[in-house]
Design a protein around this ligand. Structure first.
Ligand code: SF4
Ligand code: SF4
Length: 364
């Protein structure tokens, strides 16, 4: 039973000064995917900061209502770009989550995922989800989302081999990002040590945008996403396709990787028709920050909005470079096709790269 107030909170305390820097301008509301759906002030960054400050001072008691609000964020990073006070909004939200979890307000679904990581090293709680270990020269971090999709991982590894990049794959464990983002910070501190023993590298290449950000921020590893290392090595191809490209939030806003995927697609003979909101202004797919586990309706509403924007471009294919965006957008595209009869196919960029490599082999 959750009853403890989080006055003198351990995690939020660090951000007391920063929370006071909020000038209440509401620029953070402009493109927040959550507030656009719900229209509640408490669902935007400003509202979350006010509630977090209230929790810190004790003016607000922790409650299920406040926890639901603080966990309603996709971590899309849009508010970070909009905030004139440069407040580290995501650190404040994840600190408030950490204090709420400590006070007993973790959801059962989130607890389950964290237990899975602790028991098996992956988010699935499945001991058969294992890395395809391989000797090589450059450490490659696969990440849970790709570990659970072994065919896609094999394809990416084959692409790297064909491009002369020789990856080392270890028997890896989750980087711990879900622990951090869902507020299980004490679990993360213990996990961090285990993770760093199992993946003792200073540099690595990665398959997932979110793992790339977290290896850098959570483990101080100089991680590069595979698209960054393969751009120069890819041969030209003539796929003669027209697609639209969805920038994952952690890519375009988190890592500022905007041109590389576009240049890769162009090199392979793929024409890009941009959506209205693109590059650093890309709209969220609705799959981040844990809401996919606890608020699937909200996540689905956000994803369907993005698919509608993609359909407006008039192309038949949407390409993305994140396994979570791919999964969420595929589901939304299917729903729109069933409900409205408008369709678009969602593909991950590695499928297009693979087709391009096969085509260039045919040509040469
Ligand atoms: S990170 Fe995205 S979803 Fe979360 S408060 Fe900011 S704009 Fe809204
Ligand atoms: S944009 Fe920044 S300063 Fe303005 S209300 Fe939002 S969090 Fe506060």
């Amino acid at each position: 039973m959750a009853t403890k107030a989080i006055n003198n909170s351990k995690h939020l305390k660090k951000y007391e000064k920063e929370m006071n820097m909020c000038i209440r301008c509401a620029y953070c509301f402009e493109e927040c995917p959550v507030i656009k759906e719900t229209q509640w002030d408490t669902d935007g960054a400003r509202g979350k900061i006010i509630m977090s400050y209230g929790l810190l001072t004790g003016e607000l008691e922790p409650s299920q209502y406040i926890a639901d609000k603080l966990f309603r964020c996709t971590f899309c990073r849009d508010c970070l770009d909009k905030c004139p006070s440069n407040i580290n909004i995501l650190e404040i939200i994840s600190s408030a989550r950490a204090d709420l979890v400590k006070a007993g307000y973790a959801s059962d679904t989130h607890k389950h995922v964290i237990k899975n990581i602790k028991d098996t090293g992956n988010i699935y709680g499945d001991t058969e989800v294992i890395s395809q270990e391989r000797e090589g020269k450059i450490p490659l971090f696969i990440g849970c989302q790709y570990l659970g999709r072994p065919n896609k991982t094999k394809k990416y590894i084959k692409i790297l081999e064909k491009l002369g990049i020789d990856p080392v794959v270890e028997n890896e464990m989750c980087c711990g990002y879900p622990m951090e983002v869902l507020g299980f910070r004490e679990d993360f501190e213990k996990h961090k040590e285990k993770f760093q023993k199992s993946f003792p590298y200073k540099d690595a290449i990665t398959l997932c945008p979110t793992c790339t950000v977290f290896l850098r921020e959570g483990h101080q590893i100089d991680a590069k996403h595979v698209l960054q290392v393969m751009l120069e090595k890819l041969p030209k191809a003539n796929l003669d396709m027209k697609v639209t490209y969805h920038d994952p939030c952690d890519f375009s806003r988190g890592l500022k990787i905007i041109e590389e995927p576009r240049k890769i697609l162009e090199k392979l003979g793929v024409e890009i028709v941009e959506m209205k909101n693109n590059k650093e202004n890309s709209r969220c797919c609705g799959g981040g920050g844990g809401i996919l586990m606890t608020d699937q309706d909200l996540s689905g509403d956000i994803a369907r909005k993005r698919i509608k924007e993609a359909i407006e471009t008039g192309v038949d294919i949407l390409v993305t470079s994140c396994p979570t965006c791919e999964q969420v957008l595929k589901k939304a595209a299917q729903e729109i096709s069933e409900d409205e009869g408008k369709s678009i196919s969602v593909r991950n960029i590695e499928d297009i790269i693979w087709r391009g490599l096969k085509k260039s082999a045919e040509i040469s």
